[in-house]
Design a protein around this ligand. Structure first.
Ligand code: NAP
Length: 149
């Protein structure tokens, strides 16, 4: 099960918009948890749950500030993923918290500095194949690097 949907609304400290922050929490954090919970009866031993987070959710890696709603909501998603990984391990269901890389999509205005969706998906699929109960709950870059929380 791949929870991929997400939104970004860039918010600076000077222009804090709490409705926008709340909206990003709804879509980026609560949505995936809600959907995962709803679909749990259909998952079984050997199933895998993927949460698409972002490197921008890394507290250690935050060197540029800003993006309050996006960063905060994706950190909340990571925490949900960690708890899911612990709660679902006895049922044999593994969870990965994945960063797709900087990817040329609508979200990034198809930035020239990004990788293509095909390149990103190749890495993501490798991580999903690699995922097992021994490292459930890991925060990975699509390229295989383990990211700091
Ligand atoms: N692109 C990057 O560099 C990058 C980097 C880090 C993390 N990510 C994460 O990767 C995931 C995919 O992002 P992307 O780059 O593909 O973004 P995107 O081009 O903006 O696409 C976002 C997708 O999410 C769907 N979506 C948004 N809100 C939704 C909602 N409320 N209900 C159902 N679907 C919804 C959109 O559906 P519609 O088309 O119907 O609007 C669209 O298919 C996101 O979780 C994002 O945070 C992306």
């Amino acid at each position: 099960m791949i929870n991929n949907a997400g939104i970004v609304e860039r918010i600076s400290l000077e222009q804090l918009d709490f409705d926008s922050i709340r909206r990003q929490f709804e879509v980026n954090a609560l949505g995936p948890l809600r959907l995962t919970h709803a679909l749990l009866p259909h998952l079984h031993r050997g199933s895998k749950i993927i949460l698409m987070t972002s490197r921008m959710a890394s507290i250690d890696d935050n060197t540029s500030g800003g993006s309050y709603g996006y960063r905060m909501s994706k950190v909340a998603l990571s925490m949900a993923g960690k708890s899911l990984s612990i709660d679902l391990k006895p049922q044999g269901i593994a969870v990965a918290i994945l960063h797709p890389g900087l990817v040329q999509t609508r979200m990034t205005a198809f930035t020239d500095s990004g990788i293509t969706p095909a390149q990103s998906v190749t890495g993501l699929l490798a991580r999903i194949d690699q995922l097992n109960l021994d490292h459930t709950g890991t925060f990975w870059h699509a390229n295989g690097q383990i990211l700091p929380w």
